[in-house]
Design a protein around this ligand. Structure first.
Ligand SMILES: Nc1ncnc2c1ncn2[C@@H]1O[C@H](COP(=O)(O)OP(=O)(O)OP(=O)(O)O)[C@@H](O)[C@H]1O
Ligand SMILES: [Mg+2]
Length: 397
C-alpha cells in the first residue's frame, strides 16, 4: 500500500538518509530527502513547498537546526519528528519549542519511528473540526427544572430555523429521555459508540445517531441499556465530543446533575453552560452551589455561564434581581410557564416550534437559542423589519 503523506527526510549524513529512505519505502511511503551541508543549518533552507512532515536527524549542530525551525511562525512549520539525543533536557526543550510532535532516541528503533509517522498520517487524514463549532451544555440546578425540555427544543430550533448542523447528546445514562421529546426511539446508544473508542470516527459515529426530520442528530443511551454511573470516562466523553464536532456546527448536551470527572471534562470544553432553575429557594440554593463548583473547579468564566429561569412568573416571591444577586450572574434568560403546551409537546414527541411556533414559550426558546449562537430570533426580527420597511411609503422593494 502506498501512502499520500508528503515526508521530507533531513540529515547531515548520507548513510542516515539512505537508511531512513529505505525504511520508509518499505513501509509504503515515498519520502523526499535533503542532505544538509555547505554551512546551511536550517533544515528548510530553500524549501519552497513545505512537506506535510519533516523527519529531522539531528547532527552536532542540533541547537542551530532546531532554533531555525523554532524561529518560523507556527503556520510555516510542517509537522516535525526529531531523531536525536532524546534524554538531553536541552535538546528536549528546544525540540518542543520547534513544535516537534515526537523525539525519537538515536540510535533509532525503526518501530518507534514508523509508529510516530503513522500517527502523523492518521491525524492528517482526519478532517479538522468544524471551525467555530460550539458546545452548549444544559444542566438543571435541581431535578425537574426543565433542562431536557430546553436542551431538546434549543437543538431543534438550531437545526430547523438556523439551519445549523446540530447534534443533541443526552448524557443522562440512567434516565435520559431526550429522544422521546423528538419522537425518536434509538436502537443503538452511547455505550456501543464508545465500545471501540480508538476506531471511532465521524463516519462510524453517524451510524449511532438517531435522525430527526429537522436534521438534529440525537445520541443517547440505547433503548434498553440504562448504564451504571461512571460507565463513561472523561477520556471517552472528550473523544465523543471531538468526533461529534467534526461533522456538526453545534453540539447541545443534556447533562445529568452529577459532578464527576466526565462531567468536568464536558464542562471544560463547553462554549456555554446553561443552568436551568425555577423560582424556588431550593433551586436557587442548588444553583448557587453548582455555580461555585463551575467557577472554582471547572474554571468557568462569567461569559460562559447562562442562567435560565424556567416557568418564570413575574409576581413570584423570588424575583429576577434576587436570583441575579444570589448567583452573581448576568441577565438570566426567561422562559414562561406553559404547562398545557409543554405537556402536549412532550406527550406527542413534537418540538415546541412545530406545535406552537408563535407561543411565548417558543419565542423564549428562540431567544435563548440565539443567545447561544443560533440566529432564529434575528431571522424573526429581520423578517419583521423587512416587512415594515416594505410597507413604508416611498419604498419600492
Ligand atoms: N416552561 C415550562 N412550562 C410548563 N411546564 C414545564 C416547563 N418546563 C418544564 N415543564 C415541566 O417540567 C417537567 C420536567 O422538565 P423536563 O421534562 O425538562 O425534565 P428535566 O427537568 O430535565 O428533569 P430531570 O431532572 O429528571 O432530568 C416537564 O415534563 C414539564 O411537565
Ligand atoms: Mg433531564
Amino acid at each position: 500500500m502506498t501512502h499520500t503523506l508528503d515526508i521530507l527526510l533531513v540529515s547531515r549524513r548520507k548513510d542516515v538518509l539512505d537508511y531512513l529512505e529505505q525504511m520508509l519505502l518499505a513501509a509504503g511511503f515515498t519520502p523526499a530527502r535533503r542532505l544538509n551541508s555547505n554551512g546551511h543549518v536550517d533544515p528548510l533552507h530553500d524549501v519552497d513547498a513545505l512537506p506535510d512532515l519533516i523527519v529531522l536527524h539531528l547532527s552536532h549542530l542540533w541547537r542551530e537546526e532546531l532554533e531555525a525551525i523554532a524561529a518560523r511562525s507556527p503556520d510555516r512549520r510542517p509537522a516535525l519528528i526529531v531523531v536525536g539525543p532524546a534524554n538531553d533536557m536541552n535538546v528536549m526543550r528546544l525540540a518542543m519549542q520547534a513544535g516537534a510532535r515526537d523525539l525519537i532516541p538515536d540510535p533509532l528503533n525503526e518501530n518507534d519511528l514508523l509508529r510516530a509517522i503513522e500517527k502523523a498520517h492518521e491525524e492528517r487524514r482526519r478532517p479538522t473540526p468544524v471551525a467555530g463549532g460550539r458546545i452548549s451544555v444544559f444542566m438543571n440546578a435541581k431535578g425537574g427544572c426543565g433542562a431536557t425540555l430546553l436542551a431538546c427544543n434549543v437543538a431543534h430550533v438550531l437545526a430547523a430555523k438556523s439551519k445549523r448542523r446540530t447534534a443533541l447528546l443526552d448524557l443522562d445514562l440512567q434516565f435520559g429521555a431526550a429522544p422521546l421529546y423528538l419522537d425518536l426511539y434509538p436502537k443503538h446508544g452511547i455505550a456501543q459508540a464508545l465500545e471501540n473508542l480508538t476506531h471511532l470516527d465521524e463516519v462510524a459515529l453517524d451510524g449511532y445517531f438517531a435522525k430527526h426530520a429537522s436534521g438534529v442528530s440525537v445520541l443517547s443511551h440505547g433503548a434498553d441499556e440504562p448504564l451504571a454511573p461512571g460507565t463513561i470516562s472523561a477520556a471517552g466523553v472528550s473523544r465523543l465530543l471531538e468526533v461529534t464536532l467534526r461533522s456538526h456546527e453545534h453540539v447541545v448536551v443534556d447533562m445529568p446533575r452529577c459532578v464527576d470527572a466526565a462531567t468536568t471534562a464536558v464542562m471544560q470544553r463547553a462554549s456555554q453552560i446553561v443552568i436551568v432553575l425555577q423560582q424556588s429557594v431550593t433551586a436557587v440554593r442548588d444553583a448557587t452551589r453548582l455555580m461555585q463548583w463551575l467557577r472554582s473547579d471547572v474554571g468557568a468564566v462569567k461569559d460562559q455561564l447562562c442562567v435560565v429561569i424556567n416557568r418564570y412568573e413575574k409576581g413570584a416571591e423570588i424575583g429576577i434581581a434576587d436570583i441575579q444577586r444570589t448567583l452573581a450572574c448576568g441577565d438570566p434568560a426567561l422562559v414562561p410557564n406553559d404547562f398545557k403546551t409543554v405537556s402536549e409537546c412532550i406527550n406527542s414527541g413534537t418540538p415546541l416550534l412545530d406545535y406552537a411556533g408563535n407561543a411565548p414559550i417558543t419565542r423564549a426558546v428562540m431567544t435563548l437559542e440565539t443567545r447561544l449562537g443560533g440566529s432564529s430570533a434575528q431571522v424573526r426580527s429581520g423578517v419583521i423589519a423587512r416587512t415594515f420597511s416594505s410597507l413604508m411609503p416611498g419604498r419600492t422593494r
